[in-house]
Design a protein around this ligand. Structure first.
Ligand SMILES: Cc1ncc(C[n+]2csc(CCOP(=O)(O)OP(=O)(O)O)c2C)c(N)n1
Ligand code: SF4
Ligand SMILES: [Mg+2]
Length: 253
């Protein structure tokens, strides 16, 4: 049973996980562990870099090299680690606020610089750790304890395709198998690879729930061509029917 060995390798003994029961982060954590194990990547060969937030706690919950730094600053640190030791599998991981708000500048420039790393964003459309303020991806009409959102949400998939990012994918945490497979493909991809993952926050986002994501997402068909940039952009700007899968790649691996 290869996977059981793997889960032991990637599990700390009874980690004290500070997430709420039902949080989508648990599914993402599981998909990460399975992806690394199925690729036969040892904890010593990988490093996960994160910033601040609920999502950014993820690398603390399994056995892997990690660097937990400033809010929004995972991508430049991850880029530096990859430059210093290209043998490492480098993953930058965090939330929508961390990666698209505080770290938005680094997101844009990582796409341009195209470091060979995987960028996974837990997108719950809210600032979870700080108790429910609106984030850059909160939708118009979202009400938090201190605000009502009137600004257009940031569309990370459309931005990445507009900037001709190397690899652009989206998943939903509940689809653990799809997410695991996307992670494996992204890790093996040469260049910058974004996976934006819808991750329900069951406490502070009562709009974008598991049911909401199930009703508003669909899987791209098997014959979908991710190399057609204009088609990918059309899909990215459809904010009612949200596509899951590899939406765009700018080169064939
Ligand atoms: C420079 C800076 N600004 C603000 C904060 C406060 N802060 C900590 S976590 C957080 C929100 C994180 O939201 P997100 O990245 O979406 O992660 P989530 O908790 O939703 O997983 C904020 C604003 C901080 N720690 N540092
Ligand atoms: S507050 Fe939201 S994002 Fe944070 S652990 Fe709880 S459910 Fe998850
Ligand atoms: Mg968030």
């Amino acid at each position: 049973m290869k996977n059981n060995i793997a889960l032991t390798r990637y599990d700390k003994n009874k980690p004290d996980i500070a997430w709420c029961p039902g949080c989508g982060n648990f599914q993402i954590l599981r998909a990460m562990k399975l992806a690394l194990e199925e690729l036969n990547i040892s904890p010593q060969q990988a490093v996960v870099v994160s910033g601040i937030g609920q999502a950014a706690k993820t690398p603390q919950y399994f056995n892997v090299n990690m660097f937990n730094g400033l809010h929004g600053r995972a991508l430049p640190v991850a880029t530096g680690i990859k430059l210093a030791n290209p043998e490492l599998v480098v993953i930058a991981e965090g939330g929508d606020g961390d990666m698209y708000g505080e770290g938005g500048n680094h997101f844009l420039h990582a796409i341009r610089r195209n470091p060979n790393l995987t960028h996974i964003v837990h997108n719950n459309m809210v600032y979870g750790l700080t108790k429910g303020q609106a984030s850059p991806t909160s939708q118009i009409g979202f009400k938090s304890p201190i605000q009502s959102v009137t600004d257009m949400p940031l569309n990370p998939i459309a931005i990445a395709i507009a900037q001709n990012a190397s690899f652009v994918a989206r998943s939903f945490s509940l689809n653990i198998n799809q997410l695991k497979n996307l992670l494996k493909t992204a890790i093996q991809h040469e260049g910058y690879a974004l996976i934006d993952v819808f991750q329900p926050c069951v406490v502070f986002n009562k709009v974008n729930t598991y049911q909401w994501f199930q009703e508003h997402t669909y899987d791209l068909p098997n014959d979908y061509n991710p190399y057609d940039r204009e088609k990918a952009f059309q899909i990215a700007i459809d904010e009612h029917n949200l596509a899951l899968g590899i939406i765009y790649k700018n080169h064939i691996d």
